[in-house]
Design a protein around this ligand. Structure first.
Ligand SMILES: NC(=O)c1ccc[n+]([C@@H]2O[C@H](COP(=O)([O-])OP(=O)(O)OC[C@H]3O[C@@H](n4cnc5c(N)ncnc54)[C@H](OP(=O)(O)O)[C@@H]3O)[C@@H](O)[C@H]2O)c1
Length: 264
């Protein structure tokens, strides 16, 4: 892993959900690779402070001084909040080369005990949230000049659960992620053909993050047996996948599965 490097100099990347997990690891990698980074703030202020410290430290490792590293408030499924976030992003006056959209929630309540409010919240954050981020990012990117054949590139973090569900426990999550996998294809064609904006999806398998903190040990063991790599991935490995998708030429509207090899 340490031998892999990217060059994000002279680029700006927006990372929603960038204050923890896969989003934060991606922010650190891109900052370490010389890029400017704007993340969404965590709703837990202390998490944002720690995240900014980590991203700034990573940026200094690149040898750059004074990179743009900022966090802005964000509520993924609230259209006003998303709109305000992207207005503030625009106000920095920088070309936004890349967006990684990472926010996601997974309920830890058994399916049969989930009420409509919880079910809808999962769909709202994971699916409607993806729609809103893509929509408001597009509004900025479509006004930018074409560089290397694109006005901007977007990676939507989806999930292998959208293709290969691991159980009824996660039905709402799986449904929400199947939707976002489809949105990659649907939005991908529209954004690319109409506005020269490229969208791809990154579908992680099992990753060691807060999202899985409450996964019952027996579920963890059952899932581990299906993974050919015999382990959950680390967030920095997903960051490499996200950075690769942002830099790969001639790939558009595709969902890239990063699951370590998996069969249910
Ligand atoms: N971990 C896995 O095994 C795995 C596998 C496949 C796919 N994924 C997907 O990868 C993405 C990142 O997950 P992760 O594992 O990195 O999770 P994480 O560590 O829990 O991070 C999720 C991030 O999303 C933000 N977020 C959640 N709900 C939000 C909301 N309503 N408004 C604004 N921000 C919100 C969180 O912010 P706060 O700090 O404010 O809560 C946090 O920054 C998700 O889309 C997830 O579904 C994860």
């Amino acid at each position: 892993m340490n031998r892999i490097s990217f060059n994000f100099r002279d680029t700006t990347t927006v990372i929603t959900g960038g204050s923890s997990g896969i989003g934060l690891a991606s922010a650190e990698l891109i900052a370490k690779s010389g890029g400017d980074v704007i993340v969404s703030a965590s709703r837990v202020p202390s998490k944002t402070i720690i995240a900014l410290e980590k991203i700034r430290a990573a940026s200094l490792e690149s040898g750059r001084q004074g990179a743009l590293i900022e966090a802005l408030p964000y509520e993924a499924d609230d259209e006003v909040s998303v709109q305000e976030f992207f207005q503030k992003v625009k106000a920095f006056g920088k070309r936004v080369d890349f967006l990684i959209h990472s926010p996601g929630i997974s309920p830890d309540t058994p399916y049969s005990e989930q009420d409509a409010k919880l079910w809808n919240k999962v769909l709202s954050v994971n699916t409607t949230g993806t729609h809103l981020a893509a929509k408001y990012m597009r509004g900025i990117m479509r006004e930018q000049e074409i560089v290397d054949e694109v006005r901007g590139k977007i990676v939507l973090i989806t999930s292998t659960n959208g293709v290969d569900s691991y159980g009824i426990f996660s039905a709402a999550y799986d449904a929400s992620k199947a939707a976002t996998n489809n949105m990659v294809r649907n939005f991908g064609e529209d954004f690319h053909k109409e506005d020269d904006i490229v969208i791809n999806g990154l579908a992680p398998g099992w990753i060691n993050t807060e999202l899985n903190n409450t996964l019952p040990p027996e579920e963890r063991e059952k899932e581990m047996a299906k993974i050919w790599s015999r382990r959950f991935a680390e967030t920095n490995e997903m960051a490499v996948n996200a950075a690769a998708l942002l830099t790969l030429p001639y790939v558009s509207g595709r969902v890239h599965m990063a699951d370590g090899g998996y069969r249910s």
